[in-house]
Design a protein around this ligand. Structure first.
Ligand code: MSP
Length: 653
């Protein structure tokens, strides 16, 4: 943020940050987690800075993409949305995302708000009726620009996602975007830091300079959307609908004092793929509605998996739950925020992740906390004694903390979170060196050295409290743990940066022995367990944690008795078998992660329960058309076999 923006949000004492609202066509993955973790870290930082924060996230539930995904799953769009919303909310809880409000675009107040603005713009003449002829990408929910050429099949390909677009010719309402071209350019000129990083701002300006066409903002062929007021044959275009969540999620149309308190947004955090919607359409809609514009649109890069784009068809989409199971939220939050500057693309590899966890978290920080608390325990039975006065090296450690704090706060303010973490880690290493240089362990048995020993451990304890404060935005759970292990009674989340002073540590009561902060996982184990596709058995336990389902929903599952005909090991894997299973009239193939528990001879000829109507998936290049049921006993698959003989294909219910 530049000086003026910093001052203006400091003056306002409130801070409003948003994430994009996520499509509910599919379950959350690491990319969604990334945006939301950044927003959470920034929000926690702003609270420590003394601001009142409103953090909004939610789901984008209308449109053709959701309509299509629901139909493929044999669900109504709202049923699909309800299921996926449960998954998002659960993940946010697991990742310690402390949002203020979760907006769903199917909420009544949101729909009314969007209709009210639509009506207002129509009455003003900024929305008018016409005919749209052109190309539409369902995957991006985007109209293609006219300059894209037809290919040899007479079709157009979406430049953003590479999928084929569909041709559309229908009556629709247009938003008079062309009328806002000059106003937008003037706005960008007056607010050169509206879009971050700067390179993205330049992209936006040159796009607008090329000329803006009016934008079709309704569809007649899409039913799943908000109806146009007084013209219900038309539904409102999903992006017009979705962008207004930033208003309705903060009280527009239902809590005017809340709305006026927080609007305009201080930061809209988005991925680079949705920049145009946020930096061009959104300000134009707001100008038309006569509302103030957001202060910053911050566009982050993409996470790739092993250097390739994640996609369902490649089967390389990372499910954050797999990592959360072993590591909890903080290592993932740390890795995603430490690894790359916001704005650049990042590469997720299991090796890279584990390296950071073992080296930065377990070695540098975890060891430091553990060693210090153990020494306080062993030498002072957890109760500090009067320390000797500060010497030069103690003073240096204290002053270095104050400098680190100033720099880290400034970096957090600029959303240079990786640089804030670099500063903090360089301080952690200074503290490690301070201990190594002062060798407190040599003083333990010398009575006359006890005040000096007390000073060294007191100084290190003060430094650890400071470190806890500074890592709190990124690693709230570990920060609170360190804070409490040092004997603090109130939560760190109740503190501000200003209230914290290095030397205010008064460990009055005995400090209890340390508990480990970060798990140590060996790379080999991690790769074998986690880099392979999720075994079917694991999925079953995960789904069991989901919200309740009706009997009708349960009956949609076609559970059958399957007789195992053949079992082959999938090459290069430890856990996977390729299994042929007879369902009486047909044979299906499945890939199942049970090779560690069962030998082929234990399985062949056995009858098991399989999900016969499961959508096929490709696992390690092999089509898996069904799945067998098994209990997940701490990650070990235990298959229920039949005690009595049953015919293959018999229904199980
Ligand atoms: N629904 C729209 C946003 C409407 S906001 C008014 C949408 N949804 S999305 O679910 O497809 O994407 C949401 C966000 O996730 C986007 O900001 C997108 O950039 C981000 N990511 C999706 N995959 C990603 C990665 N692999 N890496 C990082 N972020 C990516 O677009």
């Amino acid at each position: 943020m530049d000086e003026n923006q910093l001052k203006s949000s400091a003056k306002r004492k409130v801070f409003y940050i948003t994430t994009p609202i996520y499509y509910v066509n599919d379950v959350p993955h690491i990319g969604h987690a990334y945006t939301t973790i950044i927003a959470d870290a920034v929000s926690r930082h702003k609270k420590l800075a003394g601001l009142e924060v409103y953090f909004l996230t939610g789901t984008d539930e209308h449109g053709q993409k959701i309509e299509k995904a629901a139909a493929e799953k044999n669900l109504s769009p709202i049923e699909l949305a309800n299921q996926v919303v449960g998954r998002f909310k659960q993940l946010w809880q697991d990742l310690l995302i402390d949002y203020n409000f979760f907006i769903r675009t199917t909420a009544d107040f949101h729909e009314k708000g969007v209709q009210a603005i639509f009506q207002q713009l129509k009455e003003k003449g900024d929305i008018y009726k016409g005919i749209y002829r052109g190309w539409y990408c369902v995957s991006c929910e985007n109209f293609l620009t006219e300059d894209i050429p037809l290919d040899e099949d007479g079709l157009k390909t979406c430049p953003d996602c590479g999928k084929k677009a569909t041709q559309v010719a229908e009556e629709c309402y247009f938003f008079r975007l062309s009328a806002y071209q000059e106003k937008l350019l003037a706005f960008y000129q007056q607010n050169p830091h509206f879009v971050r990083p700067q390179s993205r701002m330049n992209e936006v300006v040159s796009f607008v300079r090329q000329g803006l066409k009016d934008l079709s903002i309704t569809r007649t062929t899409v039913k799943w959307g908000i109806p146009v007021p007084n013209d219900p044959a038309h539904t409102i275009y999903v992006w017009f609908d979705a962008l207004h969540n930033y208003l309705t999620g903060i009280g527009y149309g239902w809590n005017s004092s809340l709305f006026h308190k927080f609007w305009p947004a201080d930061i809209h955090l988005i991925g680079k793929d949705i920049l145009r919607f946020h930096a061009i359409f959104w300000p134009a809609f707001l100008m038309a509605a006569g509302l103030p514009l957001p202060k910053i649109v911050y566009s982050h890069g993409w996470w790739l998996k092993d250097e390739t784009k994640m996609s369902k068809s490649k089967g390389n989409v990372l499910d954050p739950r797999i990592i959360l199971e072993d590591f909890g939220p903080d290592p993932l939050r740390y890795f995603l925020l430490r690894e790359v500057p916001i704005g650049l693309d990042g590469n997720f590899s299991h090796e890279g992740f584990l390296h950071r966890v073992n080296s930065d978290l377990a070695n540098d920080l975890g060891n430091l906390v553990h060693r210090t608390l153990t020494m306080i325990q062993n030498y002072f039975q957890g109760k500090m004694e009067q320390p000797a006065p500060e010497n030069e090296s103690d003073r240096h450690l204290r002053e270095a903390f104050n400098q680190t704090k100033t720099k880290a706060i400034a970096f957090y303010d600029e959303l240079a979170i990786n640089r804030a973490l670099e500063e903090i880690w360089s301080y952690i290493n200074q503290v490690n060196k301070y201990l190594a240089d002062n060798e407190p362990w040599k003083m333990a048995r010398q009575a006359e050295a006890r005040p000096r020993l007390a000073r060294i451990l007191y100084q290190t304890g003060c430094a650890l409290r400071g470190i806890a404060l500074l890592i709190y935005p990124v690693m709230p759970a570990s920060a609170e743990k360190i804070w409490q292990m040092l004997g603090e009674k109130t939560a760190l989340s109740k503190l501000t940066y200003d209230q914290f002073q290095f030397e205010t540590w008064l460990p009055e009561e005995a400090i209890s022995p340390p508990v480990p902060l970060f798990p140590r996982v060996r790379l080999e184990d991690f790769l074998k367990e986690k880099a392979s596709p999720t075994p079917a058995t694991k999925k079953i336990t995960k789904e069991a944690k989901m919200s309740t389902i009706s009997f009708e929903e349960f009956m949609k599952m076609d559970l059958r008795v399957g007789e195992i005909l053949s079992v082959e090991k999938v090459e290069g894997t430890r856990k996977l078998y390729k299994i042929q299973v007879s369902l009486g009239e047909e044979t299906k193939q499945m890939v199942s992660g049970i090779a560690e528990e069962y030998q082929p001879q234990d399985l062949i000829g056995k009858k098991v329960v399989v999900v016969a109507n499961l959508k096929p998936a490709v696992i390690r290049g092999i089509e898996s058309q069904t799945m067998l049921l098994a209990a997940d006993v701490n990650g070990r698959a235990v298959i229920p076999f039949f005690v009595e003989d049953v015919p293959a294909g018999a229904k199980v219910r």
